[in-house]
Design a protein around this ligand. Structure first.
Ligand code: MG
Length: 414
């Protein structure tokens, strides 16, 4: 053991002397990619990490955050307890990262940055998917509203509290830029440099653009898979959709005897592949035409360079419309959404009515914000608390507050 430790120390000293400590990205980067050595930096200066580049450090901090762990119990479309095989926000984020990394690597863009953005892009989501977001936004309408993208930024900028020298995760500008996919003009004005692109209609980095489209690619495909698994949509109905039908016909011709599970997987993996290949080819052409020489040239573009072809956009739209009508607006999904809506609204109103029922830590957080701007601060603190809940925590918290049988002082979850 001692020898191994001594050897390690020697290597460590050698590495320091030879200045091979400052790790940079090992893949090949184009001149217009984000470069970890030329990052616009962090809010609080830190030394360059050892054996990692700055975007790897961002990714690692995201993975070690509490908000990331909570994604496991947050709904994507189907609530977590409806089945172990449905996507959650966590598995969705991992699928986005997988797609984003492949695209980044192929196009000579920063793979680590794309991964960091993908893994953090949904950190600000409320419990219960879009129903939760809609409910919380409605609750917050007189207090500045609630946007999940902005909330993701809030999580990494301030809400994670575990580092000695700063609030939040102190991520690089480029990761934060990628997290903020959308933003209202009012909120953009408050964000300084990070919000400018929403006012000037300029673009973020290509890594941010590709991760945004990877998000869409992931959910369009995995929602088909989950919808079929749940029995809300059927293969026969999907045959009306060109994107699905084309791959279906290829698979059936090649493997005529597949069972439904195999058939669905073989189709969906091909659909993802077709979309990713289209995105890479179209974007490569756009980049060649625009001929950016630097990341600044990318940011000054008036339209995104990462894009699907027109044909793919049409096919994608057809699939999205199908999913909207047949899956997202299915009565069983609506029932879940309605319950989620009531839970979020009831919790918010109860906490606003009497903040003393908030758990100590959440109350302390509210007091800090309340000091700044009375009711708005309190509402924001409550929104932070609710948005941070997992589905099951929100249900249990609702039970604790509103179920008269639960008069025990002992909490179900400590
Ligand atoms: Mg997403």
């Amino acid at each position: 053991m001692i020898t191994a430790r001594n050897n390690w120390l020697k290597l460590f000293e050698l590495a320091t002397k030879n200045k091979i400590m400052e790790h940079t990205y090992s893949g090949s980067l184009t001149p217009y990619a984000c470069n970890d050595r030329k990052s616009l930096g962090r809010a609080h200066d830190e030394e360059t990490p050892i054996y990692r580049n700055n975007y790897q450090r961002d990714r690692d901090r995201i993975i070690h955050s509490a908000a990331f762990r909570r994604l496991e119990y947050k709904t994507q479309v189907f609530v977590n307890h409806e089945g172990d095989l449905f996507r959650t926000r966590l598995t969705h984020s991992l699928e986005v990262a997988q797609i984003a990394r492949s695209i980044a690597r192929e196009l000579g863009l920063h793979e680590d940055l794309s991964e960091a953005i993908a893994l953090s892009h949904d950190l600000g989501h409320t419990p219960f998917g879009h129903a939760g977001q809609t409910a919380l936004n409605e609750c917050m309408k007189d207090h500045g509203g609630f946007e999940h993208n902005l909330q993701s930024l809030r999580v990494v900028d301030t809400l994670e509290q575990k580092y000695a020298e700063f609030s939040g995760l102190n991520l690089t500008y480029e990761t934060r830029e990628g997290i903020l996919k959308h933003c209202s003009k009012n909120n953009a004005k408050k964000l300084g440099a990070l919000g400018e692109r929403f006012l000037n209609k300029t673009q973020p980095s290509l890594e941010a653009q590709l991760t945004d489209l990877s998000d869409e690619t992931a959910y369009n495909n995995h929602d088909v898979d989950d919808g079929l698994r749940y029995g809300l949509i059927r293969i026969n109905d999907l045959l009306k959709i060109e994107l699905f039908r084309k791959q279906h016909d290829i698979v059936v011709k090649k493997y005529p005897g597949l069972n439904d599970r195999q058939l669905i997987h073989e189709i969906i993996r091909r659909m993802i592949n077709v979309m990713v290949v289209d995105l890479i080819d179209t974007s490569r052409e756009n980049i060649a035409n625009a001929d950016p020489k630097s990341i600044n040239d990318v940011r000054q573009q008036t339209a995104p360079l990462m894009a699907f072809s027109e044909t793919m956009c049409e096919q994608k739209l057809e699939l999205k419309q199908f999913l909207r009508t047949n899956l997202y607006q299915h009565y069983r999904v609506h029932r879940m959404s309605m319950k989620a809506f009531s839970i979020i609204k009831a919790l918010f109103e109860a906490f606003m009515h009497d903040p003393r029922i908030l758990p100590t830590e959440a109350l302390e957080h509210c007091k800090k914000l309340e000091g700044l701007n009375s009711k708005d601060g309190l509402a924001r603190g409550i929104a932070d608390y609710i948005a941070g809940m997992t589905d099951r925590y929100a249900i249990i918290e609702y039970e604790r507050i509103f179920n008269p049988r639960q008069l025990s002082f002992v909490n179900l979850i400590p």
